[in-house]
Write a protein that binds this ligand. Structure first.
Ligand SMILES: C[S@@+](CC[C@H](N)C(=O)[O-])C[C@H]1O[C@@H](n2cnc3c(N)ncnc32)[C@H](O)[C@@H]1O
Length: 287
């Protein structure tokens, strides 16, 4: 199965959406990766691969921990993200962060690495087994892979409630019934520990462990931003986009319904913070 459709989506519509809400992705997710890297900090001087690096904020953070002797390398299938990463590294004067474009499922990942890390970078693979195998092959013997993925839908109401709300109004078009580009399996594809641990073991990883981490994340600095974020990002945004003209026509109705759903997350200062729940998954390449 070719990844062309997914890669095109990440380079076009999804890159544009992520760029529009870059602040929320970088600031909103920072507390999650900070905790993951506090618990699973790679040793100074090591070589670490950041899988599906997006804007590269985790790669730059890793580069800072690793020190001058270490190297953080970000990989992403979308060249638009990698261009941004290279600019950020240059602007911040970080010399030990490097980036390259590759499809993690099939391309050479330029190892060997001491460790690999991924914050929400592994949930959108069409063929996750292939990707896990490729990542393991790029690790040194004994190398560690730390992934951050979303836990179940119900524990992430900022995505799930918005999706349920949109589904009540907009007809759902499946990926098989459209020529439109799409994001692949979606944010909850790695939420099930049984499936994911079986897959990691089947692709040769050992000592698989799951740690749950719950925290409130900022989903908007005001009502307008929070509703637009819900309208555009995640499963809700994907349903509207794939519904085409009908999705566009119903957007106003969805917006009103979302205001009621999102309203529950408003704080006293007018910003919006919602509960979120993630897994930190660690696994090792055997010696
Ligand atoms: C939800 S974003 C996460 C980005 C970043 N890690 C973060 O936490 O902000 C998922 C990223 O995975 C990348 N991606 C999806 N499929 C990929 C593949 N097959 N190979 C490499 N990167 C991929 C996308 O381009 C996107 O940047």
């Amino acid at each position: 199965m070719s990844n062309d459709i997914v890669i095109e989506a990440w380079n076009t519509v999804l890159f544009e959406k992520f760029s529009r809400f870059k602040y929320l992705f970088i600031e909103g997710y920072a507390s999650i990766s900070e905790e993951a890297l506090k618990r699973h900090r790679p040793p100074e001087g090591s070589k670490v691969l950041d899988v599906g690096c997006g804007f590269g904020d985790c790669t730059l953070e890793l580069a800072r921990f690793l020190g001058e002797q270490g190297v953080a390398t970000g990989v992403d299938c979308a060249s638009n993200f990698i261009d941004e990463c290279e600019c950020s590294a240059k602007d911040k004067g970080i010399g030990n962060a490097h980036f390259f474009v590759a499809d993690v499922e099939v391309d050479d990942l330029r190892g060997p690495y001491d460790e690999a890390f991924a914050r929400f970078g592994t949930m959108f693979f069409n063929m996750p087994g292939l990707a896990m195998k490729n990542i393991r092959s790029a690790l040194k013997p004994g190398g560690k892979f730390t992934q951050v993925v979303w836990r179940k839908r119900e524990a992430n109401p900022w995505l799930h409630d918005a999706e349920c709300c949109v589904k009540e109004i907009v007809p759902v078009i499946s990926h098989d019934d459209t020529d439109a580009v799409h994001c692949g399996p979606g944010p909850f594809s790695m939420a099930g520990p049984d499936m994911v641990s079986d897959m990691l073991q089947a692709t040769g990883f050992e000592k698989v462990q799951f740690e749950r981490f719950d925290t409130d994340i900022c989903i908007g600095r005001n009502m307008e931003e929070a509703v637009q974020f819900a309208l555009e990002i995640g499963p809700a945004g994907e349903i509207i986009r794939l519904a085409g003209e009908e999705g566009e026509r119903l957007k106003g109705e969805v917006q009103v319904a979302l205001e009621a759903v999102i309203g529950q997350f408003e704080k006293e200062d007018g910003s919006f913070w919602a509960p979120s729940s993630a897994w930190f998954i660690t696994a090792y390449n055997p010696y």
